[in-house]
Design a protein around this ligand. Structure first.
Ligand SMILES: [Zn+2]
Length: 442
């Protein structure tokens, strides 16, 4: 039994209840009660107590689109000419890096962002993986890393025909093997989705095959959709329709599926996304960094599309993504009052709804019966904090580095900034060694 108390509890329950001097009681991997510290201390007097005095206690954050494997690109000198568009970024950076990943590289390049997630308060991650010359076993390797760290994750392998039909088939098999494994194991920390790269590297034949093979698993698809203008041009040239229209026609969309980005889409496609219940995940820093354009996030949101927020490997810190999305949509719409409500709704409400498509019990809220995923944040509000203004406090007063303690599935994985499950120094040392070798192979 564990109590985390003496703090200001942000529950994110249906009433967005805030509890001054609040406490969360945890039994095994679940929250059993949320209330006042005095009351819960009296009731569970034998429990271990983590003191969050003058701090916030809030649900761990959820990242609905991430690429752990992007780690070794950090600081890498490119041997190619600088890219001038998004397709060239893929060709000259990502499709060179992913081809040389070994199972060891996959494990360590996952461990580094996993450490970052824990340190910056993200407790559930939807990852999207690619390693075309090491497909078999790759998801199981990442699962080894998330398992050792104690991070909650939903993994997938991105099927693509860019390296030929056989590698695409390996990708299908890896997804199916992994999803079946997760369905069997019923591990509350580990789930699988069916990953697809993007419309422009997938033929109708292979998409139909993916839908067919995935039919019995119950999992949805996780795919990049209309990220760069090239994806739209390709779909128009080859199939005479937009990317979302094409994915809809092939049976890829639905309530369990994630369409990432959706930058270059039409009003009709927004309607399709809404009617199919498809989740759209926005990645503000990535869109800006790759110069792909501004996704019509606010239009989709107001049209009723379930919009989530991710990082696309650009960062592991969801507080950073929150800040970037807030500024991006004010700037893009040239309206200082835009995006105040929509972006926090995507991060704090919709991401947990997307997670609920895969995980049996709720995450992203502090309530009886939810998984015990919470963070203690070093933030003593300098102005009054209430249910009405809590999102502004988090936007302007907190960053990932404010997170002091992280609990996932009832396990304390970081306490007072010290990781309890991992040896960070040893992992970073090994990671640097492997990255040096990988850079030589590119
Ligand atoms: Zn991505």
């Amino acid at each position: 039994m564990l109590l985390v108390g003496n703090g200001l509890v942000i529950t994110r329950d249906d009433k967005n209840t805030i509890i001054q001097d609040g406490c969360v009681a945890i039994q095994d991997n679940l929250i059993v009660e949320v209330g006042s510290t005095a009351e819960l201390k009296g009731k569970f007097h034998a429990a271990r107590f983590i003191d969050a005095e003058h701090k916030l206690i809030m649900p761990g954050l959820i990242n609905t689109h991430m690429h752990f494997y992007s780690t070794f690109a950090r600081g890498m000198a490119s041997k190619s000419a600088p890219p001038t568009n998004f397709l060239e970024i893929l060709e000259r950076l990502w499709w060179k890096l992913d081809k040389v990943l070994t199972l060891d590289d996959i494990y360590y390049s996952a461990m580094i962002p996993i450490i970052d997630c824990i340190k910056t308060g993200t407790t559930t991650v939807f990852d999207h993986h690619a390693s075309p010359n090491t497909v078999h076993g790759s998801l199981f390797k990442i699962a080894e890393a998330t398992g050792e760290a104690g991070l909650r994750s939903c993994l997938c392998y991105e099927v693509s025909e860019r390296d030929g039909g056989q590698i695409a088939d390996y990708g299908i098999q890896e997804n199916i093997d992994f999803i079946n494994y997760c369905n069997q194991e019923k591990n509350p920390l580990l789930k699988g989705m069916f990953g697809l790269h993007a419309s422009l590297t997938l033929s109708d034949r292979i998409l139909d095959k993916c839908v067919n093979e995935n039919n019995a698993t119950g999992a949805g698809f996780h795919i990049h959709a209309a990220e760069g203008i090239q994806d739209l041009q390709d779909a128009k040239d080859k199939y005479g329709m937009g990317v979302v229209e094409r994915l809809d026609a092939r049976g890829i969309l639905g309530e369990k599926s994630i369409a990432v980005h959706c930058v270059h889409i039409s009003p009709q496609e927004i309607e399709i996304l809404k009617n199919s219940g498809t989740n759209v995940v926005h990645n503000p820093e990535s869109n800006m960094g790759n110069a792909v354009g501004v996704s019509p996030v606010l239009e989709m949101f107001h049209h009723g599309v379930r919009m989530g927020l991710g990082t696309d490997g650009y960062t592991s810190d969801m507080f950073e993504s929150f800040k970037a999305a807030n500024c991006l949509h004010k700037h893009a719409s040239q309206h200082p009052s835009a995006a105040w409500g929509e972006i926090p709704h995507m991060l704090f409400e919709n991401n947990r709804k997307i997670a609920a498509e895969y995980f049996e019990k709720p995450v992203g809220r502090l309530a009886t019966g939810a998984y015990a995923d919470l963070i203690v944040v070093d933030y003593f509000p300098p102005t009054r904090l209430s249910a009405e203004n809590v999102n502004s406090h988090l936007l302007f007063g907190v960053s990932g580095r404010s997170v002091e303690t992280t609990v996932i599935n009832g396990q304390v994985v970081m306490e007072n900034r010290k990781l309890t499950t991992l040896d960070e120094e040893a992992i970073c040392t090994k990671s640097r060694e492997l990255a040096d070798k990988l850079w030589e192979r590119i």
